[in-house]
Design a protein around this ligand. Structure first.
Ligand code: F6R
Length: 262
């Protein structure tokens, strides 16, 4: 099963996730990271920047791949995920130019761009640690309900729920949210060696419950992580509020040996 850790504050969640990234880079400076956008990882990115400035971690030899990208936002649009990642993390630490890649949502041939992205991940040796959020409809990356559980990077249509959820990044205007995205598939994500998923707030509670405790199903695409050999799920109490086995998760984490990392 996934390791489920329920914590009191976004800050503690960010700090634990940062520990995982920092210790990976200490062991393997050339590690390949998978970066999510959205609000869930923002505190983690701030914490990584803080540790980088404190001299505790370097990304100079690392590479990173983004999870997804909107189709059709202009290159300079502030919500284009490539720009979001640049702003929130890439430009604030010491990645080499070109070390952070994302699917090209403006490619003339989107299908070819998806295939090229898969190939780039493969050529880099695969993703060591994939940071994930979860949508309130149970998506990871932009694998919306009904996604193939073995899908690869491809074009998807956002659900009405995700459009409504993401309108907050577009001044509250649902009409401004692109309908289409390029996203790593569930099969792509499942090949990352360690998944670290963060979820905050009650709006994620049902999706988190279905992901961890429901049946594995295309209706709740994140449930595929039940098959992952090394998945860590970091939750605040709101996101954990519909879980059935809360006391067991707390018991397991409280008894975890000090030497065992996430
Ligand atoms: C973003 C992504 C999405 C988000 C999810 C949650 O790259 O892949 O799956 O992680 O929509 O978004 P937030 O964190 O904004 O609640």
């Amino acid at each position: 099963m996934a390791e489920v850790v329920i914590l009191d504050s976004p800050k503690t969640i960010a700090s634990l996730a940062a520990d995982a990234v920092v210790s990976l880079l200490a062991d393997k400076p050339t590690a390949v990271l998978g970066l999510a956008t959205g609000s869930s990882p923002l505190a983690l990115y701030d914490e990584l920047v803080r540790r980088h400035r404190a001299g505790e971690v370097s990304f100079a030899r690392a590479k990173a791949f983004m999870l997804d990208e909107y189709v059709g936002l202009s290159d300079s649009h502030p919500e284009r995920y490539r720009n979001v990642i640049e702003r929130e993390i890439a430009s604030r630490v010491d990645f080499e130019p070109g070390a952070v890649a994302g699917p090209d949502g403006n490619a003339a041939d989107l299908k070819a761009a998806c295939a090229a992205y898969e190939e780039a991940i493969r050529a880099a040796g695969g993703i060591d640690l994939q940071i994930l959020g979860i949508g309130s409809d149970g998506h990871i990356a932009f694998n919306e309900p009904s996604s193939s559980l073995s899908s690869r990077t491809r074009i998807k249509t956002l659900t009405q729920q995700t459009i409504a959820d993401n309108a907050r990044f577009f001044g509250g205007d649902e009409a401004a949210v692109p309908r289409h995205v390029l996203t790593q598939g569930l099969g792509t994500i499942m090949e990352a060696r360690h998944l670290v998923l963060m979820a905050l707030g009650r709006s994620k509670a049902e999706a988190v419950h279905q992901m961890l405790e429901g049946g594995v199903s295309a209706l709740w695409p994140a449930s595929i992580i039940q098959f992952h050999p090394h998945a860590t799920v970091l939750l605040d109490t709101g996101a954990a509020s519909r879980l059935q086995l809360t006391s067991y998760y707390r018991h397991v984490y409280a008894g975890k040996p000090a030497w065992q990392q996430l």
